[in-house]
Design a protein around this ligand. Sequence first.
Ligand code: 5RP
Length: 222
Amino acid sequence: MTQDELKTLVGRAALDYVVAGEIVGVGTGSTVNKFIEALAAMKDRIPGAVSSSVASTERLQALGIRVFDANEVGELAVYIDGADEIDGRGYMVKGGGAALTREKIVAAQSRRFVCIADESKRVDVLGRFPLPVEVIPMATQRIVRQFRALGGTATVRLKDGKPLVTDNGQHILDVTGLAIREPLAFESEVNQWPGVVTVGVFAHQKASVCLLGTASGVQTIA
Ligand code: 5RP
């Protein structure tokens, strides 16, 4: 199976976790796009979704799925999202699509986080994928130096030759050279650096379940 087919497989499998009659939290990315396509088939059985990005909002609305503001609704039963890396404990690196801040917000508002990913995302130690960090632009160079002190190399993510601007009007640093062996402590530490909006380690908001697309089918890791 191709990577795209594996994404379709887990996108469809995630429908089993959507609770009829309840608003669903929806992440961002190419795997989630497969989920959104599948969700259209049951749109009449849910009131709608809370979305983690402008891009996902547009896709949901194009399929006739109502999108609620996170402040309009209470706790969500389930949040479905992809990952750039996931380890055996459900800790993840996210933010390859620059939507990490809103993803963490919707994840925190949800009782259950169902991660959908193809098997290339499974790692033993987080850090092979460049770690995305959303930052306030005036703090960028100090944060670059703080990562350098930890052995990481941080670069500003560009789009069309200019710093990419997130849905929240901020910038993204991508950090290479880290081996994140203690994701909970790492996330807590980096979150405290002034100017960091969100670090792309999802340890405090880890996956409750991971649906991993493999050549032999969907593997469920709980
Ligand atoms: C976006 C994300 C995505 O979930 C992550 O990048 C995985 O994306 P894809 O499913 O396209 O591989 O965190 O900010």
